[in-house]
Ligand binder design. Structure first.
Ligand code: 5GP
Length: 180
């Protein structure tokens, strides 16, 4: 399944809570060429330089990849692990690539209640004004692209509620795929 949405909307937090609560959900760790933010764990991404990213990409090592605000991001080819829900926290361009190879993938767009709140969260977590603006412009574009791809939207106004909503959507999709 794919969780997309603007930085600051809370998709990373939701993904981590879900994976911690349910052993059958595993998180894919993306590679990126961007620098680690000071508030980020060492294993939030595999942090590499552009050349290392390009080398892995060119040998077919990513199931999808994209360049976002000047940095590469990609999902490494996963190991086979039947019965696991693999959760990808990626942008909508990546979600499009995943849907091409797996049209049954559940794609959710996690959004903030409104853009003022989004900006506040971005600035709170350390984005400068200019980067926050760029992310909001990108968010506006991504909302439209996500809707066109059939993403469902989850508004993260209250974290616990948003987590419950995402968990319920995963359960419903699994039930539809594996009817008893
Ligand atoms: P950030 O710099 O905020 O960590 O991530 C920027 C954007 O890149 C976010 O929309 C995030 O979801 C997306 N992203 C993170 N990992 C991947 C990935 O592996 N592939 C793609 N396509 N996007 C990613």
């Amino acid at each position: 399944m794919v969780l997309s949405g603007p930085g600051g909307a809370g998709k990373g937090t939701i993904a981590r809570i879900l994976a911690a609560a349910d052993d059958s959900i595993s998180l894919s760790v993306s590679w990126t060429s961007r620098d680690r933010r000071s508030d980020e764990a060492d294993d939030a991404y595999v942090f590499v330089d552009r050349a290392a990213f390009e080398a892995r990409r060119d040998e077919g090592g990513f199931i999808e990849w994209n360049e976002f605000l000047g940095c590469y991001y990609g999902t490494p080819v996963p190991g086979v692990d039947d019965g696991q829900v693999l959760l990808l926290e990626i942008d909508v361009a990546g979600g499009r690539q995943v849907l091409q190879s797996d049209p049954g993938a559940l794609c959710l767009f996690v959004d903030a209640p409104d853009d003022d709140e989004l900006r506040r969260r971005l600035v709170d977590r350390g984005d400068g004004a200019e980067r926050a603006d760029a992310r909001i412009v990108e968010a506006v574009r991504e909302r439209v692209e996500a809707a066109g791809l059939g993403y469902m939207t989850v508004i993260n106004a209250d974290l616990n509620r948003a987590v419950r909503e995402v968990a319920a959507l995963i359960a419903a999709r699994l039930a539809a795929k594996n009817p008893r």
